[in-house]
Design a protein around this ligand. Structure first.
Ligand code: PMP
Length: 454
């Protein structure tokens, strides 16, 4: 479908334009030799155009770079800024906690934590909450508790899931064979010793693995969101719940991204009944915060384990976790920003976004699909939309993705660097969604060689 010569030429043109347009970002990158990989974190080298844009400022759904360009931000920190950049209620709560009252790291609880625990319970159903600073840690610590509870060694994941740099999760299926995922740097042990893997939407495969009787927990997103969006087929999630109960395996829903489905994530939107929920990124409104919630039954059973140290050295915890600043930011985000009303508006905008993308796909008869989960939309170079992580992974096209990312960036639009994901925040406007459709249509028009259909 895609003429690769044309794509190569366009990509070269767009990269050259990017370099020309962003001299200050280029200079910052050139002089950062004392950073490993020239960036604060090596994944920031995931860039479509040779060097990253450097941030000057961000507010709501807009980002400004050091060259003075303003962007419509559909990346939103890959969900960490789903509340928008520096939303006013969070800024006020952070000022109050850190400046007016003072103190983030006194190692003492604040009353806000109980409010947040009750609010997360109202939204996600599970009733006993603890805090972390990243979703990775929330997952890691919940996994430890579930291993302690069951005495079982293994955790089961969906192939091509992503739950942070959790060692156990870096497992994929190759045919029928479980193996370490590409990019599993410095694995402590062979991942098949700690983990099992099944395809998303495959209940037979799941049962085959659970039947070994050694799986403490299934850790999953209710929809895959890190390999495009892969939605659950009718009956799949109910089947997962039934099988996990039958085989004595706990079910953990990681709602870090699927939070986009609504105020209670996919768990709330679809009436799911996980034993444990983990969530990070957006709940802090831009300040590091994460949480893991246990069902009443799981919390009580853990409490009953004789001699389990959860207070002193333990295997779970972090000095900064649950700090007063993160908790204050989380309360403000949940109370005033990521509210039911705002989710409704974000979801309507993402529907408009998806319809616009579909229109362009249809007009150019591209074999692509667009999938939506509440406030989140993603287009994928496959039609019909993939139904497993492996299928979705096979639809990746790095050059095509880079072309779209650079083309959009050169015209003032940011997508998530790791995929073609667009997210709406409460500050996102209809005009920004229209802007994307217009620029996307031009990018595709140039690519297919047909005039801009609009
Ligand atoms: N869980 C999911 C579903 C994620 O998408 C991510 C990050 N993309 C994480 C966990 C890890 O989050 P963090 O990097 O903030 O620890």
């Amino acid at each position: 479908m895609i003429n690769r010569d044309r794509l190569d030429a366009l990509l070269r043109r767009e990269r050259a334009a990017f370099a020309e347009r962003n001299p200050r970002s280029a200079a910052e990158y050139a002089q950062a030799g004392h950073l490993f990989g020239r960036v604060p974190m090596t994944w920031m080298n995931k860039k479509a155009a040779g060097f990253p844009l450097y941030l000057a400022a961000a507010r709501g759904a807009r980002v400004t770079d050091v060259d003075g360009h303003e962007y419509t931000d559909f990346c939103l920190g890959d969900t960490a800024a789903m509340a928008g950049h520096s939303p006013e209620p969070v800024v006020a709560a952070v000022r109050e906690r850190f400046d007016a009252l003072g103190g983030a790291c006194a190692m003492l609880p604040t009353p806000d934590a109980a409010w947040v625990g009750a609010e997360l319970t109202r939204r996600f159903g599970v009733t006993r909450w603890s805090f972390a600073l990243t979703a990775t840690d929330a997952n890691r610590w919940a996994i430890r508790l579930l291993r302690a509870l069951t005495g079982r060694p293994k955790i089961l994941f969906n192939s091509y899931c992503y739950h942070g740099s959790v060692d156990e999760s870096l497992i994929v299926l190759q045919g029928q064979e479980a193996r370490s995922r590409e990019g599993n740097v410095g694995a402590p042990v062979d991942v098949t010793m700690t983990s099992r893997v099944a395809e998303f939407n495959d209940l037979e495969g799941l049962e085959r693995e659970l039947a070994h009787g050694d799986v403490a927990a299934v850790v999953m997103e209710p929809a895959l969101t890190n390999i495009g969006i892969v939605l659950p087929e009718p009956g799949y999630l109910a089947g997962v719940r039934e099988l996990t109960r039958r085989y004595g395996t706990y079910l953990l829903n990681d709602e870090t991204h699927t939070f986009s489905a609504g105020p209670g994530g996919a768990t709330g939107a679809w009436g799911l009944e996980p034993d444990v929920v983990t969530i990070g990124k957006a709940i802090g409104g831009g300040i590091p915060a994460a949480a893991y919630g246990l069902s009443e039954q799981v919390a009580a059973a853990i409490d009953d384990i004789e001699g389990l140290d959860l207070v002193d050295m333990g295997g779970v915890g972090g000095t900064l976790a649950g700090n007063a600043l993160s908790i204050a930011a989380t309360r403000a985000t949940l109370e005033h920003v990521l509210t039911t009303d705002n989710f409704r508006q974000m979801s309507e905008l993402s529907e408009k976004f998806a319809l616009g993308v579909q229109r362009v796909i249809d007009e150019h008869e591209l074999p692509w699909s667009v999938t939506r989960l509440g406030a989140r939309v993603e287009y994928r170079f496959a039609n019909p939309a993939p139904r497993t992580g492996t299928e979705s992974n096979a639809a990746a096209d790095a050059d095509l993705e880079d072309y779209l990312h650079v083309y959009l960036a050169n015209r003032g639009i940011l997508l998530t660097p790791f995929h073609n994901m667009a997210l709406m925040c409460p500050a996102t406007t209809e005009a920004q969604v229209d802007q994307h459709e217009e620029v996307f249509a031009r990018a595709i028009g140039e690519l297919t060689g047909r005039a801009d259909p609009s």
